[in-house]
Design a protein around this ligand. Structure first.
Ligand code: FES
Ligand SMILES: [Fe+2]
Length: 393
């Protein structure tokens, strides 16, 4: 059990909060790139408790700036994009993607007033079909080249999950919880033997689990009595890597989280493919009504993701960890909490936290994708079929 004060450290993501400042040291996806078009050049983004507008100006540059105009607060979502940026619909203050104010048209001719205005703006990059943002202090690090995002011998597909209506840290505790797979996901992830009891799922087929700290996070290993091994890393602080995918959890605010999931499908002959704009699919809502705030009841139970989402959301919008009864199978939860606190301290000391990379030419990072693909092959998984995967939704 922990104190309510300690729980606050894990869950708050706004500016100036301990975890919020840590999370601002990493790039996060904010939208599928295909969502910005000439017809719809602006999009609302809420991330880490900040309301922002993503826009593409007429010269093709993409910016992410504070939603409320610096003049008198109208939303820039309704701004007009121009060659040089986005102009507020109300009085036309024009901002470039760096947040510089270039014009205040209602001011007298020759006025230099616009030079005194600087609007909050964050750098944006397009990578694997998503726009990514960095909300931390400059200079920004690089988006790490993990194997699942960067290998050239295959294609990618991005699944955009429905919004998760709970705090980000619940979704990450799940990533270091090897005990739940044979139980929560027993109908979908089982199939090795007939399941005898529903309460224990196929837990009797697991010989043991291991959790070890690695450079980029925590490696979670499950060894089955059959000799089969699966190893899924948690990439600190927001990514869980399973088989051929990586789920990137993006805190929207303290009680909502996005989940973007790039999948990798190797080409059968190992040939390289141009894959800059992967297919994006939107998973159906896991609960009814689609935007319902109450997470209970009428979940879809036919997907692993809906099962996880049900577990996370029913822990509450912000889980009350003062009431948890951690058991021996929860070792990963403790490891993750320790890792989070340790890296919050690093940030407070002015150091880079775990996994922040600054060398643009760094080697592709091996997150065990090869093992994941091998595991899927051994299980005869149909989920490695790219054509089937993109036709599913
Ligand atoms: S409120 Fe935006 S220009 Fe006036
Ligand atoms: Fe799960």
């Amino acid at each position: 059990m922990i104190s309510a004060e300690e729980n606050e450290i894990y869950v708050r993501v706004g500016p100036g909060t301990p975890a919020g400042e840590l999370l601002r040291r990493y790039w996060h996806p904010v939208a599928p790139a295909q969502e910005l078009t000439d017809e719809q050049p602006t999009r609302f983004v809420r991330i880490l408790c900040e309301d922002l507008i993503l826009f593409k100006d007429k010269s093709g540059r993409v910016g992410l700036i504070a939603d409320h105009c610096a003049h008198r607060g109208a939303s820039l979502l309704y701004g007009r994009v121009e060659e040089r940026g986005i102009a507020c619909a109300y009085h036309g203050w024009l901002y470039d993607p760096a947040g510089n104010c270039l014009e205040c048209p209602a001011e007298p001719a020759g006025s230099m007033f616009h030079l005194t205005v600087k609007h909050r703006a964050y750098p944006v990059q397009k990578f694997i079909g998503l726009y990514w943002a960095y909300l931390g202090p400059p200079p920004a690090p690089v988006i790490p080249r993990f194997d699942v995002w960067s290998r050239k011998d295959g294609r990618r597909r991005i699944a955009v999950h429905p919004r998760v209506d709970c705090n980000w840290f619940q979704t990450m505790e799940n990533a270091v919880d090897p005990a739940h797979l044979p139980i929560l996901h027993q109908e979908l992830a089982g199939g090795r033997e007939r399941i005898v009891t529903g309460s224990g799922g196929f837990v009797n087929q697991v010989d043991h689990t291991d959790l070890t700290v690695c450079d980029y996070g925590i490696m979670k290993k499950r060894v089955y009595k059959s000799g089969l091994i699966d190893e899924h890393p948690m990439i600190f602080p927001t990514i869980t890597r399973v088989n051929n995918s990586s789920e990137i959890r993006v805190p929207i605010d303290d009680t909502h989280t996005m989940n973007y999931e790039p999948f990798f499908y190797p080409t059968p002959d190992g040939s390289e493919v141009d894959d800059d704009d992967p297919v994006v699919v939107y998973l159906p809502n896991f609960k009814e009504p689609a935007g319902g705030m109450h997470p209970y009841a009428r979940f879809r139970w036919d997907m692993v993701s809906s099962q996880d989402t049900c577990a996370w959301e029913t822990q509450g919008p912000i889980a009350d960890r003062t009431r948890y009864r951690l058991a021996s199978s929860d070792r990963g939860i403790i490891m993750l909490r320790e890792m989070l606190k340790e890296n919050i301290e690093r940030v407070q000391q002015g150091l880079d936290p775990r996994g922040v990379i600054r060398d643009p030419d760094h080697e592709v990072i091996d997150t065990n994708l090869t093992n994941g693909l091998e595991y899927m092959k051994q299980r005869g998984s149909a989920q490695l079929d790219y054509e089937k995967a993109i036709s599913r939704y």
